[in-house]
Design a protein around this ligand. Structure first.
Ligand SMILES: Cc1cc2nc3c(=O)[nH]c(=O)nc-3n(C[C@H](O)[C@H](O)[C@H](O)COP(=O)(O)OP(=O)(O)OC[C@H]3O[C@@H](n4cnc5c(N)ncnc54)[C@H](O)[C@@H]3O)c2cc1C
Length: 507
């Protein structure tokens, strides 16, 4: 048996005393009857909603009755498709090594990283010619990049490193229990320049830092086009996320990234309600009423399309009371029809989401269609000309690949409109199968766009406000931790709550 020192027992006793204090706070009456467990609804079962449920469970412990509404598939914009007996990512596909929550989730749930079999060379293509062609030898790649873009690449690298270091402060602040009621407050706490970055284009931001036009027009534009379907006129904060996303050490989860939200949901012990929320109302006596209808499901329990607009077949409206509500889904008009009733102010959610088609083709590419020849090894073609009909074309490996195994030729093409018919025939000489997934994928970033609020009303939170700073799995996870902390502080009526709950986890 493990022996413990006196110091260990003293610390443990002290921690238990603090915990007793935490649980006595949680039994102090707040505006609700806090002697009862908190009844919380989370609306949305993507990475954001399931991470919220997980963090709420950590912070509230047993003093919680948690319902998670999902009218479609758990995972949301993290999704896989089966092609030729293998599964392939068709939504959020790569994770940055510095994304601490995603790394922690995968480690905690024992989800292995997908094997990285080859460093696929990439090319920057304007539709006519290659501005840059990489090599699968990383040293040769670096030399080629420096040959074309020069020392300005070092400036870009060090600026991104500094931005990431500042961004990392969020993990410390959240571990300390700090939470923010608006997106700009959160960004400001990391560094005041981050708010400024959301008001200037990534092009102008990088120019101000001395990055040459050639780098912006080619490298930066290709990356914003591939990752967000937008130009270097998008704001600099999300632009920096996109460029940071071009890291060579990106990773993904074996079997699909959607395994993370599935595990988060399981560990949160929330009740999954396969229902579509229609309305969130403010109750006269405090708290909220969430009204939902049953979701339309297929035989395997999932809804038919990968999009969010499921028609209601029958309106079995069911109202349910909650103390706290977290909306973990976008609220722009194009994404939802959730109504807010009885609130004294009108909520507005301006802006729209970028439509992206993800076309998966199992077949043989015509190399000449992207100005390559038969022996050329380029697995990733990124487009620098944003008026071209596609944004990127890349060879895919399955989510469960073993490097020693053979796997079919499957390609992923991102485009702003459907590629069915002539475009596909132009790209491929043989097509075994193709699948098209239409997404309203991420916000369309405008410079005059207001950054939204996490707290819509005391006790009512909107996680996806964070997407207007940047849309990524880690951003939703950070938003999830923030709204879970806001909910805890509100429930306990204690602005310092949250740090103590972290101590509880460490026991
Ligand atoms: C094609 C594509 C590629 C991407 N690539 C990357 C990448 O490589 N790396 C990365 O980090 N990110 C990537 N992203 C972005 C990333 O996937 C998203 O930022 C993230 O998944 C958003 O998660 P979320 O939980 O906040 O929202 P969502 O995943 O959209 O979840 C919201 C959920 O709410 C449900 N819902 C909505 N309304 C209701 C309602 N009324 N009632 C009940 N349920 C409702 C929806 O069905 C949905 O499941 C990509 C996205 C797309 C589309």
């Amino acid at each position: 048996m493990q022996k413990h020192t006196k110091m260990f027992w003293a610390r443990r006793l002290m921690t238990l005393c603090i915990l007793r204090q935490v649980s006595s706070w949680s039994h102090e009456p707040a505006h609700n009857d806090a002697s009862q467990p908190a009844r919380i609804a989370v609306i949305g079962g993507g990475i954001g909603g399931t991470a919220t449920a997980y963090f709420l469970q950590q912070h509230f412990g047993d003093d919680l009755v948690l319902d998670l509404y999902e009218h479609h598939t758990v995972g949301g914009r993290l999704a896989v498709l089966d092609i030729a007996g293998h599964s392939y990512e068709v939504g959020g596909s790569v994770i940055h090594p510095g994304n601490r929550y995603m790394v922690e989730f995968a480690e905690k749930f024992g989800l292995p990283k997908k094997e990285h079999c080859s460093d696929s060379p990439f090319g920057l293509f304007d539709g006519e010619k290659y501005m840059f062609r990489g090599s699968s030898w990383s040293i040769v790649n670096i030399m080629k990049l420096f040959w074309r873009y020069g020392r300005t690449l070092l400036t870009l690298r060090s600026e991104l490193k500094e931005t990431l270091t500042k961004f990392d402060r969020i993990y410390h602040l959240q571990a300390e229990g700090q939470a923010f009621s608006s997106v700009s407050d959160l960004l400001h706490a990391l560094d005041p320049s981050f708010v400024e970055m959301t008001r200037v284009s990534v092009r102008d931001w990088f120019k101000k830092l001395g990055i040459q036009d050639l780098v912006i027009d080619e490298l930066v534009t290709a990356v914003t086009n591939c990752n967000y379907g937008q130009t270097a006129d998008m704001h600099a904060f999300v632009g920096a996320i996109a460029v940071a996303g071009a890291d060579p050490d990106l990773w993904a989860v074996t079997g699909g990234n959607k395994r993370v939200p599935e595990e988060l949901l399981k560990h949160s012990r929330a009740t999954l309600l396969r229902r579509k929320v229609e309305e969130i109302g403010l109750n006269e006596g405090g708290g909220f009423v969430v009204t939902s209808v049953e979701a339309e499901t297929s035989e395997n329990g999932e809804t038919h399309s990968l999009n969010n607009n499921v028609d209601d077949t029958e309106k079995d409206l069911r109202p349910q009371n909650y103390d706290l509500v977290v909306v973990a889904a976008p609220l722009t008009k194009d994404k939802t029809s959730i109504k807010f009733v009885n609130f004294t102010k009108d909520f507005t959610f301006p802006g729209h989401y970028q439509k992206i088609f993800c076309t998966m083709v199992h077949g043989k590419l015509r190399p000449e269609s992207v100005k390559l020849t038969e022996g050329d090894s380029i697995d990733e073609v990124l487009i620098t000309n944003t008026s071209l009909f596609f944004n990127s074309l890349g060879k895919q490996s399955p989510t469960e690949v073993k490097c020693t195994e053979q796997y079919p030729d499957v390609w992923k093409i991102f485009s702003g409109s459907s590629l069915r018919g002539e475009h596909l025939n132009a790209f491929f000489k043989e097509i075994e199968s193709f699948h098209e997934v239409e997404w309203l994928a991420y916000p369309h970033y405008e410079l005059d766009q207001q950054l939204g609020d996490f707290e819509l009303h005391p006790g009512l939170y909107h996680l996806n406000a964070i997407e207007w700073a940047g849309s990524a799995m880690e951003m939703s996870s950070i938003g999830a931790k923030n709204v879970a902390l806001l909910a805890l502080k509100h429930w306990l009526q204690d602005p310092s709550a949250g740090k103590m709950a972290v101590l509880r986890d460490e026991l």
